[in-house]
Design a protein around this ligand. Structure first.
Ligand SMILES: [Mn+2]
Length: 328
């Protein structure tokens, strides 16, 4: 069922109970912020719910986990443990373009009643109720609108989660998707005493000195094509292993090649596991990088997309660059 208004979702959650809340695998700030915000929204309605996590993010996202109790979330261990969640018959799925993005929880979620809330224009509308609006800068903005629609008070925890989601997906209101509504949302939350400065500091700071050293290796490896319109950063698995960085710490490296003046397409190739390359694409003005990601079984938005490809690092770089060159 395709749904053009949030009213159906508001009615559904008012009239039901026991919700799983899940976002996409390898979550970004919008995924984490919006699942947390949804938890706080449901708490406000006295609904029973639990967050599903693909990996343990408690340390990295302490800024939000400080508002949660251990029984508020389930960190994936194995398929057997999922039977503990049998009483939850509804799933709120956020920021996930398709069901494959749910990783190990995919099969388990299939049997639930699914409310799919997203802003990816390639969303497959896998839900029993779907609200997909690619004009929204972040899923956190959609959760905010739902909060307003349901007249839920935005307290510190709910406001912090929403602001983190929107600031993450808009690059702290710097990216082209930062529409007036995103600025208004942040201004409203700031008026509600949400600490926007602290959230931006969290999003823009480095997780450790080792991470900064890894970044310096990545930066030293940046190259551009002859036109100067394509720039790419490369990190091999041996470079990552040498510094002992956790793979989930590595993120947003694609912003560095993208931020070189004159560059239209920035790319990062990060070999998190040997022969498994995480590729991220960002574009500035006109190249639809979601089209390029789709050619390599990935997805995303016109200005921000990604995929994961198995194979030899240098061969994959060459294949991807030749595809990008056709589009620039
Ligand atoms: Mn998002």
């Amino acid at each position: 069922m395709k749904n053009k208004s949030l009213g159906k979702i508001a009615d559904y959650i008012q009239n039901n109970d026991n919700y799983l809340i899940i976002g996409h695998i390898d979550p970004d700030g919008d995924a984490i912020g919006s699942i947390m915000a949804f938890k706080f929204l449901l708490d406000n309605l006295n609904k029973n719910s639990i967050i599903l996590l693909h990996a343990d993010l408690r340390k990295e996202y302490e800024i939000l986990f400080k508002y949660l109790k251990p029984q508020d979330y389930h960190i994936y261990q194995n398929q057997d443990k999922l039977s503990d969640l049998a009483k939850y018959s509804n799933a709120i799925v956020l920021d996930s373009a398709n069901i494959d993005r749910l990783g190990n929880f995919k099969e388990f979620i299939q049997s639930c009643f699914k409310v799919n809330i997203d802003h990816h224009n390639d969303n497959s509308e896998f839900g029993d109720i779907n609200y997909v609006n690619s004009n929204e800068s972040a899923v956190g903005k959609i959760v905010y609108d739902l909060t307003k629609l349901m007249s839920i008070n935005i307290d510190e925890q709910l406001g912090t989660a929403i602001a983190l989601a929107v600031l993450a997906d808009t690059g702290s209101l710097k990216y082209p998707n930062s529409d007036p509504a995103s600025f208004r949302l942040i201004a409203n939350l700031k008026e509600n005493k949400i600490d926007i400065v602290e959230i931006n500091r969290f999003l823009q700071s480095f997780s450790s000195l080792e991470y900064l050293k890894l970044l310096s290796k990545g930066l030293a490896n940046i190259k551009t094509d002859k036109t100067g319109k394509i720039a790419w950063l490369v990190l091999s698995n041996s470079e990552i292993k040498d510094l002992g960085i956790e793979e989930q710490e590595i993120k947003n490296l694609v912003n560095y090649p993208r931020d070189i003046r004159g560059v239209e397409v920035g790319i990062s190739f990060v070999e998190k596991e040997e022969n498994f390359i995480d590729i991220s694409f960002r574009s500035l003005n006109y190249v639809d990088v979601s089209d390029i990601a789709h050619k390599f079984n990935g997805g995303g938005h016109p200005r921000a997309s990604g995929t994961k490809v198995e194979g030899n690092l240098n061969q994959i770089i060459n294949r991807v660059l030749s595809e990008v060159k056709k589009n620039v």
